[in-house]
Structure formats: C-alpha cells, structure tokens
Design a protein around this ligand. Structure first.
Ligand SMILES: *[C@@H]1O[C@H](CO)[C@@H](O)[C@H](O)[C@H]1NC(C)=O
Ligand SMILES: *[C@@H]1O[C@H](CO)[C@@H](O)[C@H](O)[C@H]1NC(C)=O
Ligand SMILES: *[C@@H]1O[C@H](CO)[C@@H](O)[C@H](O)[C@H]1NC(C)=O
Ligand SMILES: *[C@@H]1O[C@H](CO)[C@@H](O)[C@H](O)[C@H]1NC(C)=O
Ligand SMILES: *[C@@H]1O[C@H](CO)[C@@H](O)[C@H](O)[C@H]1NC(C)=O
Length: 591
C-alpha cells in the first residue's frame, strides 16, 4: 500500500527543492556513467519504454484499409444483435442471448428499442427504425403491476428519455418528442425535494418515490443535457428549471474537503455532499462528464458547469492520476476518506467505467480555450475560494506547460492504459476493474503523475511524457503492473468511446486500428446465435453469461461504427453525446 496522500502547498514546495538537489547529483553521476557505459545506458533507457524487444506494430493500420467497409461490418453486427432481440425478446427490455429468452431489468418498457433508435437511424436501418416507432407510439410508461419496483430515475433518463430525444433530433419524428415529454411528466415526482436533486426511483403509475436520501452523484447529476434539450425543443420552461436547479445546487455546495471536485454521495434533502469519497468511475462518472458536456451543449453559456469541470479535472490531474512503477501505465484512482480523518486513501483501482475519462479530457482540450479561460469564466479559478482547488491550480501553474497540453497528455496516457487492459488479455477484451500495482518493492512505488511530470521536465523532457509513449501488450501477469480485480467484460462502451474522441481530436489512426482489434475480439469471443453475450472472465475463453445490455447497441456498436465511418456524421462541435451515447445538437438556450 502506498501512503495516504494529501500534500499541502508547502509540502509540495519542499518536495520540489529536494528534487532539485537530487537532480544535480543525478546529472553529475549521469554524465560520468554515460561516458563509461553510454551504449548500455541508452539501451536501458529504451528498455524502460519498451521492455519487450521489437516495436509493437499491430495497432498501425495498413495504408489501404477500407474503413467504410469496416463500418459496414459493424452495422452487420448491430443487425445481428437487434434482430436477435426482436425475434426472441421484444418488446421486453433485453435479450438473453444464450437461452434466447428475455428479461426486464429496466421497467419492462422495451429499453433495447429505445436505446437503439438513434443507432438505427445513423446506420440507415429504416425498416427496423419504423418497427421501433410503432412500439414507441404504444408506450404508456406504466409500472408493471406484477412487480414491486420503482423506475430508476437515472437509468430511465439516460436510456429512455435520452434515446427518444436523440432519435427525435436525428429524424424529426414528432411522436418521439411527444413521448419524451410524456415520460418527463411521469418522472416529475422525483423532483419533490428541496435541493432539486431527484429521488432515486419513481413509481410512474402512482407517483410514489423511493425513500432513500443518500444517493450517488451520477444518479442525481446526469440529467442536465436531457432536460435542457427537452426545454429547447418543447419550449417548456420547467424542464430548463429542473436542469438549472441541479447545477445551482452542485455549484453552491461546499466541496472544499474534496478540492472543489464533487464527492460521490449526496443528501438529496439538504443538497449537500455526504462524506468525501471521490470516484471517477462507478457512482460518479457521468456527473463529471455532464459538467463539460452541458457547457458545450448550451453553446458555452453555462459557466457554472465549466467552472465545476475545471475544478474536477484539476483535482484529477494533480491528485488522482498515478503512473505505475514498472510499465509506467497512467491511471486514475478513486479515493476514500474515512470519517474523522483528513487523509484520502487511493484505492488504486482503475475501472472500465473510468475509461470514459480520456475521451472527456480530449474533448475538453479540443473544445475549450484552456489557456485563455478569462474569456469564458465568470469567476476566474484563481479567484475562487476553494482552498484545495486553488492548491491544485497552483500546482498546475507551476508545471509551466499549457493546460491544453496537460489535459491532452493525460488523455493519451489514460487511453493507452485502457487499450492495454484489453490487449493484455487472452480474449483481447478488457476487465471491469484493474487493481493497479502501487508498490513493486519498498523503493519502486507508483508515482503521482504530477510529480513524475515535474521530474520529467526538470530532467530535460527525455522521451515521452510519463505515462504516454509506445507500450507493448503482454500476457505475462508479472509484467502487467496490475491485477485483474473484477474479471468480467460487460460489453461496455467507455474504451471505444474514448478511442472515437481520440481519433477525432488527434487524427492518429492507431486509435481506429485499436478499435478494430477490439471489434474483432467482440466478434470472436462474445457472438452467439442470437446476439452477443457478456463474459464472466476476460481470461477465460467461452465464459459467456446470458446477458446483452442495451448499452451495447446504444453505445459500443455506435461508437465503433462512427469510429470507422469516413465521413464526420456528428461533428464534435455540433453534437454532444449524453452518457448513453445519444447525440443532441448544440443550441443556444432561450429559456
Ligand atoms: C407501483 O404501482 C403499481 C401500479 O399501481 C403497483 O402494482 C406496484 O406494486 C407499485 N410498486 C411499488 C413499489 O409501489
Ligand atoms: C412531496 O413530499 C412531501 C414530503 O416529503 C409530501 O408530504 C408531499 O405529499 C409530496 N408531494 C407530492 C406532490 O408528491
Ligand atoms: C403509493 O401510492 C398510493 C396511492 O397514491 C398509496 O396509497 C400508497 O400508500 C403508496 N405506497 C407507498 C409504499 O408509499
Ligand atoms: C440529510 O440532510 C437532512 C437535512 O439537513 C438531515 O436531517 C438528514 O439527517 C440527512 N440525511 C443523511 C442520510 O445524511
Ligand atoms: C517557463 O516557460 C517560459 C515561457 O514559455 C520560459 O521562458 C521559461 O524558461 C520556462 N521556465 C522553466 C523553468 O522551464
């Protein structure tokens, strides 16, 4: 275990001084060594970058690849999955792809249909789209009477409402908008809270809500895109107000303990955080995502969310990013704060869910004037009161590097780790959670990325920035620098989603090729007669489990399709994806 980390500003300064003295010694020693063992030393330095010999080239696409035909293959996969669902499961929620049966984990309203609408439209699957519309027309969004359950607010919004709205945006079919508005009305009881943060679940038939007060960040703060866009297209002010109230509650909350970043648990009565645990993955992910995306969707008008995004990413860049000891894998940890202490304990877990982060950072670096924020912000970050956030800004300022570059470097390193989490496995598919090795022995320990960056710069920027650069996949557990902690592969989209944005933003075709390698693994390892099945373990061939989540059609296959298509169907400056991969067009709010 590494020690808990909560550097104060003065502690950081001290570290820098010590680094300077050690550095002078290293230069002197280095010159001497280089004279004696120049060749060996060069080899040793190279071997850190690439410890496995010959350069890795599997992820460089051949010059004559026909990408559009690869996109067509993905469309074929989508048809296989959707037709299997239609045949064996519709209009239930999801297909069980092995037993060819169905189940209803999301209210039983046919979630796979709603989640697939816009993907079908993008792929030009007109017949399937028309068949789906007839189901949408008949939807009543009533709770099944046989079951004692509530519609989970968050999942219902991102899948059903998001799916309807994006399909409306793409097709202009009125019925989609009518149904979106109807659904939002049925979800209204969720907002019977003084904070404006929604309840966890609603019985849409009775209007009863769940009694839980302690709710996850993602569950209460991933509705701004859907509600603001719904307000725009219906002209109803109340939808915009739902979104604005959530933003205001987040913006006004005291989050000094977590450096200005939003913690994971919230009290929906008081609108205040509970505890100071932080996650970039499960329970939090999409809330961080919506800070940037709501700013972008509303044509840069929402300044509060932008400021929250800058605080969150500053905290991530300065305190949550680590570089693993041997292989120099960049990863984002979650942190725990036991009550009555002031120390954050990094878990050194890196979740598949957290693999949306490289894409988000790249999208922000691409879209925001990160080095000229005065033009965007009402309150400059420097002027804000959050003590620990200010420490973070100071630490970033000391890097003497453009903020845009810092964000892009982090994005690249993180996306590389997400890629290796797939490429390192016998199945070629990535696990749900990696537990990163933080300690090799008492001397080699995972380093905070911000410290590694400072050292790298100080020593003359040799090689790639820490955590980036060429790395070779390896099947050897000993060499991997992590343990597969939760081994299942759930057909999740986050890694592909980030590759898609990395490709759009950098133009580096290796991201496309890596996506292609993952697509081939999906075909090889998860395809069944009726659809595609999740894996119980990325290390075990044929460890299929009888589930095909709707996000596989909404996101994983959509992002693969968009990654390979040669034309830019959804330009990043004109469309913003919700957290379920549903695109909404950028607009200027007038409500
Ligand atoms: C929700 O409402 C339906 C219809 O009235 C009812 O059958 C079901 O039991 C209710 N569920 C809960 C959790 O109250
Ligand atoms: C809102 O909640 C309060 C108490 O929490 C309850 O008394 C009231 O009936 C609720 N209103 C609606 C419209 O559900
Ligand atoms: C749900 O609502 C009905 C009527 O609206 C009410 O009679 C019932 O007690 C409520 N159930 C719960 C569990 O709150
Ligand atoms: C939530 O906040 C309310 C009002 O401040 C408080 O009474 C309640 O105990 C809190 N609940 C939890 C679970 O923190
Ligand atoms: C910091 O950046 C400025 C301008 O880019 C440059 O002139 C200066 O030498 C840099 N300082 C260090 C310590 O790298």
């Amino acid at each position: 275990m590494s020690s808990p980390h909560r550097p104060s500003y003065s502690h950081t300064a001290l570290t820098h001084k010590r680094t300077a003295r050690v550095g002078i010694f290293l230069i002197v020693a280095g010159v001497a060594l280089y004279a004696l063992y120049g060749h060996a030393l060069r080899t040793a330095i190279l071997s850190v970058e690439n410890p496995f010999g010959s350069p890795y080239t599997d992820d460089i696409p051949a010059p004559d690849v026909d990408w559009n035909s690869r996109a067509e293959q993905v469309k074929g996969s989508f048809k296989h999955a959707y037709h299997g669902y239609e045949k064996h499961a519709a209009p239930a929620d999801e297909l069980k792809p092995i037993s060819k049966s169905k189940h209803n984990p999301f209210n039983g309203w046919g979630v796979t249909i709603f989640d697939s609408l816009d993907t079908m439209h993008l792929m030009g699957l007109k017949d399937e789209f028309q068949r789906a519309l007839t189901v949408v027309e008949d939807a009543t969004f009533a709770m099944p009477t046989s079951e004692n359950l509530y519609a989970p607010y968050f999942e219902t919004v991102i899948r059903y409402l998001g799916g309807l709205l994006a399909a409306y945006a793409l097709s202009g079919e009125r019925i989609l908008l009518t149904k979106a508005d109807e659904l939002a009305e049925l979800l209204e009881p969720a907002f019977n809270t003084s904070s404006g943060l929604p309840h966890f679940g609603i019985n849409t038939s009775t209007g009863n809500v769940t009694s839980t007060i302690d709710v996850g960040l993602a569950e209460v703060a991933s509705l701004q895109l859907e509600y603001s866009y719904l307000a725009k297209v219906t002209g109803k002010r109340k939808w915009a107000q739902r979104s604005q109230k959530v933003i205001k509650t987040l913006y006004d909350a005291d989050v000094d303990l977590t450096g200005g970043m939003l913690p994971t648990r919230w009290n929906i009565s008081s609108g205040r955080p509970i505890g100071a645990d932080i996650s970039v993955g499960g329970q939090a992910d999409s809330a961080h995502e919506y800070l940037l995306k709501h700013h972008l969707l509303t044509a840069d008008t929402d300044k509060e969310s932008l400021e929250l995004y800058l605080r969150a990413t500053t905290h991530i860049l300065t305190r949550l990013l680590y570089v693993s000891p041997k292989r120099h894998l960049l990863y984002a940890t979650n942190t725990r704060r036991p009550s009555r202490t002031l120390n954050d304990w990094p878990t050194h877990d890196f979740e598949h869910l957290s693999c949306f982060l490289p894409g988000l950072l790249a999208l922000g670096a691409h879209s925001l004037p990160l080095d000229n924020l005065q033009s965007r912000l009402r309150n400059l970050p420097e002027n804000h009161d959050y003590g620990r956030a200010r420490e973070g800004y100071t630490m970033l300022g000391q890097q003497n590097q453009s903020l845009k570059e810092m964000h892009m470097t982090a994005a690249e390193g993180l996306a590389m780790t997400c890629w290796l989490s797939y490429a390192d496995q016998p199945t070629g598919l990535g696990p749900e959670i990696m537990r990163m090795v933080s300690l090799v022995n008492s001397k080699t320990q995972a380093a905070l990325w911000i410290d590694a960056m400072a050292k790298w710069k100080w020593s003359g920027k040799r090689g790639s920035p820490p955590g980036t650069g060429a790395k070779r996949p390896t099947l050897s557990r000993q060499d991997q620098d992590y343990i597969v902690w939760r081994p299942e592969y759930l057909l999740r989209p986050e890694t592909i989603e980030s590759f898609y944005i990395m490709w759009k933003v950098t133009g580096d075709a290796r991201w496309r090729q890596r996506g292609w390698l993952i697509y081939q693994a999906i075909e090889r390892e998860t395809r069944t007669d009726a659809g595609y099945a999740i894996l119980q373990s990325v290390a075990v061939k044929n460890s299929l489990k009888d589930e095909m989540p709707s996000f596989f059609l909404a996101e994983t296959l959509k992002y693969l399709y968009l990654l390979f298509r040669e034309d830019d169907v959804l330009p990043l400056d004109k469309w913003v994806m919700n957290t379920e991969g549903h695109p909404f067009p950028v607009f200027t709010p007038d409500l």
